[in-house]
Design a protein around this ligand. Structure first.
Ligand code: PEP
Ligand code: MG
Length: 569
């Protein structure tokens, strides 16, 4: 197995690292979900109405419990709890349950059948919708437990500090977490964009996802050493050594909290740290951090629920909100990256066999150039209305560029509107053809999420393939090197805006390869800045060489950790 290493004494499991931090505590498992009923039992006709009322009473109790937790929580946690409560109150779902009780099914089975129908619909929609399937299973299980008078599934009562283990955590469980007790989270499933990951980041609790079924070998009560930056879970660690690592990790976290930009290596080599945002709200939050600007504005995320294309004026308003948050700094706006895991109703082709390899990103605009032109007009309008000019650059980049011809066409449309044009390097062909693509552009930004998915031929949403969709894969680093080498030769700025930029150790490798800017979730930037401040450029270059020459992702990370120790607290 790729995710288990073993020596005589210790077992080490590996998953996808989501939130850094080292913790050493007893493992506890989430309380089991109720056993699902099978079809078959029939309720007398006279009792069917009462059976539905039994469901309504249980669902109302579950919804109220979630709402009152939502009132006590803050930020994303509160939003998640209220959204989950909203699902329990959803009229469509309740109507589907009613149909089933009216047909004679007992309340618990009626809930299962109704939810299964919605799960299939969400899974068929794919992408972000499919990730919400965990929410549906969660409301199903809570409601069934309530109907039967069983304990609510989810977080156990615990004493002292523990590490929480689960197959997958429901949003409601994660949102209700008391992180003084649950000091780290480890899940068998889930991905870096799952709710578990999003809330773990907000709570800043060390978190590892997608460990795989080997996680079940860890019994409740066992002491585990969890390293959220390496993505490792160790059983049998030496207690004294583990406690020392935890103390160092906590001291480091304090140091990171005190870090101030702008980012540079210990010998003064500057690396621009920028924020990834999806709307005005995230941009405002980013402006409160050390982010020097925005390196990736995912415009498609603003239109996931739009059923028709917003007008140029409407779009300009949305973009203005983001630009306003950084009135004096660089903002990189990405043109619509609709399709695949981000279905945008007015821009996505239905029923493709293989949407990740289909008509997504810039490819949509080949058959619908007007869509891209109107978006560029809206970006240009928003920038002009705010009086942004040379000192406050508004850059625009296209997703999924694969050929020089596409780059030239996009750059031409940008030039007609006075916009600075760039491209994402996220299709391996673009990295391989960087010498032909770059001459058309003012900058490029490497999207390591997709570059890894396509280089490794591994679906980025698949928890089973997380060991392949790891940007530490030397194959991916070699493509990044090709891009950086060409950037240096042609004096074209090369940024990275995929999740790789959020990994402090990998950020040193990227800097060594010649990346000029790193763009990530704004909450991740301080840890990156603090790590860069500890190393000089020559060490970054050596780290990059070691990673490029490693035989796999885990070996690359280990080789670099030998060269670059954790920052000293
Ligand atoms: C990427 O692919 O790395 C990227 C930044 O874009 P997205 O995650 O939105 O596909
Ligand atoms: Mg991408």
């Amino acid at each position: 197995m790729d995710n288990v290493t073993q020596d005589t004494k210790n077992t080490v499991l590996h998953g996808t690292a989501v939130v850094p931090g080292i913790r050493y505590a007893k493992a506890v498992w989430i309380k089991p979900r109720p056993k699902l009923p099978q079809a078959g039992a029939q309720v007398d006709e006279a009792q069917r109405e009462a059976e539905y009322e039994r469901f309504v009473a249980a669902a109302d109790t579950v919804a109220e419990r979630l709402s009152s937790r939502g009132e006590r929580a803050v930020g994303a946690a509160s939003e998640v709890l209220n959204a989950t409560a909203g699902l329990v109150r959803d009229r469509g779902w309740r109507k589907a349950v009613k149909k089933n009780t009216t047909a004679g099914h007992p309340a618990d089975y009626a809930v299962v059948a109704a939810t299964t129908k919605f799960i299939s619909m969400f899974e068929a929609a794919g992408g972000i919708m499919a990730e919400r399937v965990t929410d549906l299973r969660d409301i199903r299980d809570r409601t069934i437990a309530e109907i039967r008078g069983e304990d609510e599934p989810g977080l156990p009562e615990v004493e002292g500090e523990v590490v929480l283990f689960a197959d997958d955590l429901s949003p409601a469980d994660t949102a209700a977490l008391d992180t003084t007790q649950f000091t780290a989270l480890v899940t068998e499933l889930g991905g870096p964009t799952s709710h578990t990951a999003i809330i773990a980041r907000q709570l800043n609790v060390p978190c590892i996802v997608a460990v795989g079924s080997d996680l079940n070998k860890i019994a409740a009560g066992e002491m585990v050493l969890v390293d959220g930056s390496e993505g490792s879970i160790e059983i049998g660690a030496d207690a004294e050594d583990a406690k020392r690592q935890v103390a160092e990790s906590k001291a480091l976290a304090e140091k990171v909290a005190l870090w101030r930009g702008p980012a540079q290596t210990s010998d003064g080599h500057r690396v621009q740290l920028l924020a990834n945002v999806q709307d005005g709200k995230a941009a405002v939050t980013a402006a409160e951090t050390e982010a020097e600007g925005i390196g990736l504005f995912r415009t498609e995320m603003c239109f996931l629920s739009a059923t028709s294309e917003p007008s140029v004026e409407e779009q300009a308003k949305v973009y203005t909100k983001v630009l306003e948050a950084f009135p004096d700094s660089k903002v990189v706006v990405r043109s619509l990256d609709a399709g695949s895991d981000k279905p945008v109703a007015f821009a996505t082709l239905a029923d493709e066999m293989n949407p990740a390899l289909g008509v997504r990103g810039l490819r949509i605009a080949r058959a619908n150039e007007g869509l891209l032109i109107r978006q560029l007009d809206a970006i240009a309008k928003a920038a002009a209305d705010l009086g942004r000019g040379e000192d406050t650059p508004t850059w625009v980049m296209a997703p999924m560029v694969a050929t020089a011809r596409e780059a030239k066409w996009f750059a031409g449309l940008c030039a007609e509107r006075g916009l600075t044009a760039g491209a994402m390097i996220e299709v391996p062909a673009a990295a391989l053809m960087a010498d032909k693509i770059m001459p058309h552009l003012d900058f490029v930004s490497i999207g390591t999420n997709d570059l890894t998915q396509y280089a490794m031929a591994a679906d980025r949403m698949s928890p089973q393939l997380a060991y392949l969709t790891d940007p530490w894969q030397p194959a991916v680093l070699r493509l990044i090197k090709m891009t950086c080498d060409e950037g240096k030769r042609t004096d074209t700025p090369v940024g990275v805006c995929g999740e790789a930029a959020a990994d402090p150790l990998l950020a040193c490798v990227l800097t060594g390869l010649g990346v000029n800017s790193l763009s990530a979730a704004s909450t991740a930037l301080a840890a990156v800045g603090a790590q860069l401040a500890e190393v000089d450029l020559e060490t970054c270059v050596r780290a990059a060489e070691a990673a490029l020459n490693a035989e796999g992702a885990i070996a690359a990370r280990e080789a670099v950790r030998e060269i670059i120790p954790l920052p000293q607290a």
